[in-house]
Design a protein around this ligand. Structure first.
Ligand code: ADP
Ligand code: MG
Length: 631
């Protein structure tokens, strides 16, 4: 039922399968809605349904930018108002034209305004974004009040009275809104399944991480914002015509936006049907409060109270709560999730075609793949990276070591633009990349894992891997995310890292080591030339450490270049050549593992006098890390 829920395999359907039950309820509700005006001529309830439909469309649109992308907007009501005013202004200026012909233009107005607003607002996030959307709502209200020649100012506009048969007075509005809601739901359903939708969820879960796996943030957020407003504008046009009178205080009332947000939260913000359910709960409540409880303060009290109850007791909304209760009822008494284990790993051979891994038989002379020159970053007075310079040769497994706090992670953050550098140059394959965005760097062949893994927790393992976007194209955004050759490639990569058995589990359910493996598969999906690994052996068990170094060696033999930060000395010294040593943000030494171990400055600053001895004792890679010693 929820757009985010994976469907179970066919053939497992039972009487109480929540998905089919949900679909049945939705179908019955849909049929009832379609038939209602024919069955009953009660205008009070027809009016209530019409208003609920307007809110359902607004909330469902909002679920794209707020539910999927995580950007909370309190300006959604403005698009209803803009649609209403577009139709109102055009209809009063062209009294002889059929009013319905203006409805598409209401959508265009809303879309264009969303585009312009998005260019400004989507640079901000969190509370700043909320404030900008509220400010926008008041801004359009002020414009509507003061641009009297166009909008009629505070006196408002009267639209032409409908000329059709009074017996079916409400029908055209009713069915037009029902049609728009259907389109809006189809749009939401489709977006959630596309690469765009996966990208939006990635943005909601972890925006900076999303950028590092090639997701073009501004483009995806802009599309989401426009998609969340166009049909709402059309609905606003119909709503304005239905009211036959519009004024700035009514059309741009912030309560409309609050009520829309409430409908979204009550129903379930990341679900398909939640916003509709929410609208049909909140709007009748609103009517009841207006008619029977005196409106005004009582209404605010009810809405405020409802908001508190939802946030405290049903943070996910009503629909997800019902869903998880049903699935709990279904699985009660059965064994928990399959006790899947990390696989032994597949072979790279099957991947070579798809991921353009090339066998480096005839290795050319090494050329620098990554060149870092005089890279700088200060945090307040602290020079975290202080004119660091080094080179990573193509085809190498280069190590980067240094005491805790020496700036290794910050250096990675600067290389992939997770943090902006204060100065310096970065070249990848000869091209300067230091002015490029994170996703542009990813598209040029830079992949990176994080010291503390950053998977998208609410996505499945397979969705996490498929979320990576190797390049940007508009067409690709519209493709179904988990399908075709890409899904196949993602499965093969999961098989390779030994995590295929977990493909349908949520990433948050994985252990730390498992997350590291999935993050590696995710980065490999980018088919990167250079892979930065931040402590790949940190916090995982010895068997997994062995497997990790085996995979790195194998990928390297197929042409992947690595830059690895690691504290586990046997791991680094057994795998990496050359090794760069970072001290207080500067590269203080570079050389082969042997040279590094003998360098007095390095031993003194970092490794400690008894290090060489211990490294020799720990002959096999994967033994107890010396990490603890070095911290
Ligand atoms: P390493 O990965 O080598 O252990 P880091 O790069 O994480 O070191 O940190 C280098 C220094 O920069 C540390 O002193 C750390 O406290 C500081 N630092 C890192 N990130 C930030 C940040 N976002 N804000 C302020 N200080 C930071
Ligand atoms: Mg670190």
């Amino acid at each position: 039922m929820s757009a985010a829920t994976a469907e179970p395999a066919p053939g497992r359907g039972q009487a109480l399968n929540p998905i089919w039950l949900g679909r049945l309820i939705a179908l019955v509700a849909g049929v009832l809605l379609v038939l209602y005006p024919i069955l009953s001529d009660n205008l009070y309830y027809q009016n209530m349904i019409i208003l609920s439909l307007v809110f359902a469309i607004a909330a469902s649109g909002l679920s794209i930018i707020t539910g999927l992308a995580g950007y909370v907007s309190l300006g959604q009501g403005a698009f209803v108002g803009l649609g209403g005013y577009t139709v109102g202004v055009l209809a009063t200026h062209h009294p002889d034209t059929n009013v319905w012909l203006w409805m598409p233009l209401a959508g265009v107005t809303a879309g264009v305004v969303a585009l312009v607003l998005g260019l400004v607002a989507l640079r901000a996030s969190g509370p700043s974004f909320v404030i900008i959307t509220v400010a926008f709502l008041f801004l359009v209200q002020v414009i509507a009040i003061n641009w009297r020649s166009l909008s009629g100012g505070t006196e408002g506009l009267s639209l032409p009275i409908p000329t059709w048969n009074p017996d079916i007075m409400n029908w055209p509005f009713y069915y037009a809104l029902l049609g728009i809601l259907t389109l809006q739901l189809l749009l939401c359903w489709w977006i959630r399944r596309t690469k765009l939708g996966t990208g939006l969820v990635a943005i909601r879960e972890d925006e900076t991480k999303a950028a590092t796996i090639g997701i073009n943030l501004p483009v995806e957020k802009m599309i989401a914002f426009v998609a969340s407003s166009v049909l709402v504008g059309v609905a606003g046009g119909v709503y304005g015509y239905y009211l036959t009178f519009i004024d700035p205080r009514g059309m741009f009332n912030i309560l409309l936006s609050v009520e829309t947000m409430l409908a979204l939260l009550v129903g379930g913000k990341a679900t398909l049907w939640g916003p509709v359910l929410g609208a049909f709960i909140v709007e009748p409540l609103n009517e009841y409060a207006n008619n029977n409880l005196g409106g005004g303060n009582t209404k605010l009290l009810i809405f405020g109270g409802l908001l508190v109850v939802i946030v405290l007791f049903l943070p996910q909304g009503v629909l997800p709560a019902i869903e998880s209760m049903l699935s709990w009822l279904r699985t009660r008494g059965r064994a928990g999730p399959v006790g899947a284990r990390i696989g032994t790993g597949g072979s790279l051979a099957s991947l070579t075609a798809r991921l353009s891994l090339v066998d480096r038989e005839s290795a050319p002379d090494p050329t620098p793949l990554l060149e870092v020159r005089d890279l700088r970053k200060t945090f307040g007075g602290l020079k975290a990276v202080d004119d660091a310079s080094f080179i990573v040769q193509e085809g190498s497994i280069t190590g980067l070591i240094g005491p805790n706090g020496s700036g290794k992670t910050t250096l990675f953050n600067l290389i992939d633009n997770t943090i902006h550098a204060d100065g310096g140059e970065i070249r990848l394959a000869g091209e300067r990349i230091d002015r490029l965005s994170s996703w542009a760097r990813a598209h040029r062949g830079l992949g990176r894992t994080f010291q503390i893994t950053r998977l998208f927790r609410e996505m499945t393992v397979l969705e996490n891997v498929v979320a990576a976007q190797r390049s940007f194209s508009w067409g690709q955004l519209g493709r179904i995310a988990v399908s075709g050759p890409e899904a196949k490639a993602a499965e093969e990569l999961l098989e390779y890292v030994g995590m295929l058995a977990f493909r349908d589990q949520k990433a948050r359910a994985l252990s730390y080591g498992q997350q590291k493996l999935v993050e590696l598969a995710q980065v490999l999906m980018l088919d990167p030339k250079l892979i930065l690994l931040d402590e790949p052996a940190g916090g995982i068990n010895p068997v997994l450490i062995d497997r990790m170094s085996e995979m790195i060696r194998e990928l390297n033999s197929y042409g992947k270049t690595f830059l690895i930060v690691e504290h586990n000395m046997p791991f680094v010294l057994g795998l990496c050549d050359p090794v760069h040593v970072l001290g207080r943000g500067r590269t203080m030494a570079s050389g082969t593992p042997d040279e590094i171990q003998k360098d007095p400055a390095v031993v003194d600053a970092y490794l400690g006098d008894d290090f060489v001895l211990e490294a020799a004792e720990a002959a096999t890679p994967g033994d107890v890390p010396l990490e603890a010693k070095n911290r």
